[in-house]
Design a protein around this ligand. Structure first.
Ligand SMILES: NC(=O)c1ccc[n+]([C@@H]2O[C@H](COP(=O)([O-])OP(=O)(O)OC[C@H]3O[C@@H](n4cnc5c(N)ncnc54)[C@H](OP(=O)(O)O)[C@@H]3O)[C@@H](O)[C@H]2O)c1
Length: 260
């Protein structure tokens, strides 16, 4: 991808947290931005700040990516405005924490519809144009629970495993083309994701993950793990079982909380 100045960049879930920070990070590169989320007022305020930060153009659209027609309309609108998509950042998502047997079915459906299907709808919508130009980068925001599932986040972990699996399969399908797929796996990040929970002691700022997403878009050679503690991911294969035990105990003490 190389140069991001003037590139047409789409970010889903740009109204807060990692998506907002990502929009601002691309704005500082002088990119053209198309942003979506469900809270239009928040998107408009992010767009103002992106313009001030150096974005060449910014468009916003209210879209619930779990609804196929809205996800497709977001991409179609961006194509209408910018004629091409250089970078798609599939970031929109949410979590739910608690014992699996307690998770309401409508939350299960909404979580998969947003975190997995939403990403599929936007990706399918950008691919024909990217393949025609033989150029483009798709950055999928997974999570560290996409390679090591966390107890009391079973459905969320499963959704992020699905994101990783889909990304790697698609990367294979696109090998030999100029269209690249990369995955960013954030660890605990200070955003509204933890709105109803006590934040853990180790949090990284959303801007750190945003910087990793911009780097991944510029050089989509490999996946990027972004954790707030140095080298922690190297210990993961060795201490996975211990982590399950510790995290399980910590969450049991914390009790349950849910975010729609
Ligand atoms: N925070 C962490 O520790 C962490 C760690 C690993 C991975 N992640 C991942 O990072 C991504 C961003 O999360 P965050 O931490 O930045 O949380 P956040 O501040 O809650 O941001 C989530 C964003 O997704 C949007 N969104 C949610 N459902 C949507 C839908 N159906 N359609 C369109 N937009 C939707 C929200 O906007 P609206 O509500 O306005 O629609 C918001 O802009 C998620 O995929 C999350 O799984 C977060």
């Amino acid at each position: 991808m190389g140069r991001l100045r003037g590139a047409s960049v789409l970010v889903t879930g740009a109204s807060s947290g990692i998506g907002e920070a990502t929009a601002l990070a691309f704005a500082r590169q002088g990119s053209r931005l198309a942003l979506c989320a469900r809270r239009l007022d928040r998107l408009q305020s992010v767009a103002e700040r992106c313009r001030a930060a150096g974005a060449v153009a910014v468009t916003v659209r209210r879209a619930d990516v779990s609804r196929r027609a809205e996800a497709q309309a977001f991409v179609a609108g961006a194509l209408g405005d910018f004629e091409r998509v250089d970078v798609l950042v599939n970031n929109a998502g949410f979590g739910w924490r608690g014992p699996l047997q307690d998770m309401p079915p409508e939350q299960v459906e909404a979580l998969f519809a947003t975190n997995v299907q939403g990403l599929i709808w936007t990706t399918q919508a950008v691919l024909p144009g990217m393949l025609e130009l033989n150029s483009g980068v798709i950055v999928n925001v997974a999570s560290v629970v996409g390679f090591r599932a966390a107890p009391y986040s079973a459905v969320y972990s499963a959704s992020k495993h699905a994101v990783v699996g889909l990304s790697h399969a698609l990367r294979g399908e696109l090998s030999g083309s100029g269209v690249k797929v990369t995955v960013v796996y954030p660890g605990t990040t200070d955003t509204e994701f933890f709105e109803n929970e006590t934040p853990g002691p180790l949090m990284q700022p959303a801007s750190a993950v945003a910087a990793a997403i911009v780097r991944a878009a510029r050089r989509p050679r490999r996946d990027v793990i972004m954790v707030p503690y140095r080298l922690a991911h190297l210990a993961e294969p060795l201490f996975g079982g211990l982590m399950d035990h510790l995290i399980g105990g910590f969450r049991r003490r914390q009790g349950r909380s849910a975010r729609p």
